[in-house]
Design a protein around this ligand. Structure first.
Ligand SMILES: [Zn+2]
Length: 396
């Protein structure tokens, strides 16, 4: 786990897009979906898999393309309907050949799967009906409540925002720090990070781009909670060992865990940097600051071309995993963060908005709804304009 994590950290900030990461992201997005290889999604998934696995490629050359495929964790199953066979590849990594087994019953499996999907769709339809009824009741209750309008500000009380300073001092910088943990369980992680200066690349990237009047510390440390956060008093971004260990655990059985970890960590550090910039430069924020921090992370990554987009996609996959792994309770709506599923769709939207032609597969493969996608270029444009306006005077 630790070696994988340190490689991820060293990659952070200098990501290189690669076929393996493409595969890892597609595998996560398509996990558990039976895909026909006649569709764009199925075809892309199969091509991504064979591009990273010589054993699978050789098998396909010998036996031809399957009719369907199913990817789940480290397993890829190929369904050949004519011979009624299922070929299963079990792999622990893409670097070595995995176990291959062939069994019968492809048609049976697909028939059962389709029946289960139909049943799930029926249940979802029923749930939607119930939610619609609840929404109607809630709306009726709401219309009975009258809220007095807020008082209007007095004339002249709200002047124009102050112009940014013309000469911004560049007397601070982003600095790295690795704090020795109390828990012995985190000692190996700390030693690896400290010895390899795992946060150096990200600090260097930020220092090359932003004029900072004060220094901000990027610190890996034990926090007693599973989190990453910015402390306003100490100008300190804490990346908790608890979070790092959990991320490594979450991705440990994922093909190309390094790349997914690296992208997610880069996004998390940039998200916290977004909070730091809002605080230090006293940027106005209209809407949730948490959304603005996600915007800053994505906006920054979009400056790094394909590799930056891959990092943002990796973070989106992490949000999707979190969304899929737990039920949403009412208390989640009280949280200052958008829901994990919303953060997933937001990142996809901004990536699509940045280059609809190059990222059209996000829509054609069913990850981003067409209705949202149509507005994403304008949404991204507005977001970029906002960050350019605010941060422009502070950029080197
Ligand atoms: Zn935040």
């Amino acid at each position: 786990m630790a070696a994988c994590l340190i490689r991820a950290f060293l990659l952070a900030g200098f990501l290189v897009g690669c076929a393996a990461l493409n595969y890892a992201i597609l595998a996560d997005l398509n996990a558990g979906r039976v895909l026909s290889t006649q569709t764009a999604a199925g075809s892309a998934m199969l091509d991504a898999a064979r591009a990273t696995d010589p054993a699978l490629d050789a098998y396909l050359q010998e036996h031809g393309r399957p009719d369907h495929l199913l990817v789940e964790g480290e397993t890829i199953e190929l369904f050949y309907l004519e011979t009624d066979t299922v070929t299963r590849f079990d792999r622990t990594s893409l670097e070595g050949p995995g176990e291959v087994s062939v069994s019968e019953g492809a048609n049976d499996f697909l028939a059962r799967r389709r029946a289960a999907q139909r049943e799930a769709e029926e249940q979802r339809a029923e749930l939607r009906k119930q939610q619609e009824a609840q929404r109607k009741t809630a709306m009726e209750q709401l219309t009975r409540v009258t809220v007095p309008p807020p008082p209007l500000p007095e004339a002249g009380s709200a002047g124009p925002a102050e112009a940014p300073p013309t000469a911004v001092p560049d007397t601070g910088s982003f600095q790295e720090e690795y704090v020795e943990p109390h828990s012995t369980a985190f000692i190996p992680l700390y030693q690896l990070l400290a010895q390899n200066r795992g946060l150096a690349n990200l600090a260097a990237v930020l220092n090359s781009g932003i004029r900072m009047p004060v220094s901000v510390t990027l610190a890996s440390e034990e926090c007693g909670k599973l989190n990453a956060f910015y402390n306003r008093a100490s100008h300190r971004i804490s990346i908790c060992y608890e979070l790092l260990a959990t991320l490594a655990y979450q991705f440990q059985r994922t093909t190309n865990a390094d790349a997914l970890l690296s992208g997610t960590l880069t996004f998390i550090v940039l998200h916290e940097t977004g909070h730091a910039l809002v605080h230090i430069f006293q940027f106005p924020v209209i809407g949730r600051e948490e959304d603005a921090a996600d915007q800053f992370a994505t906006w920054t990554l979009l400056h790094f071309g394909a590799s930056g987009q891959q990092s943002a996609l990796a973070a989106a996959v992490w949000f999707l995993r979190n969304a899929n792994s737990r039920f949403v309770s009412k208390l989640d709506y009280a949280n200052e963060h958008s829901l994990d599923a919303q953060r997933f769709f937001d990142i996809l939207c901004w990536l699509y908005g940045a280059d609809p032609a190059a990222n059209s597969s996000l829509v054609t493969q069913g990850f981003l709804p067409r209705g949202r996608a149509a507005r994403c270029p304008a949404e991204l444009n507005q977001m970029q304009q906002s960050w350019n306006t605010l941060l422009g005077p502070y950029l080197k």
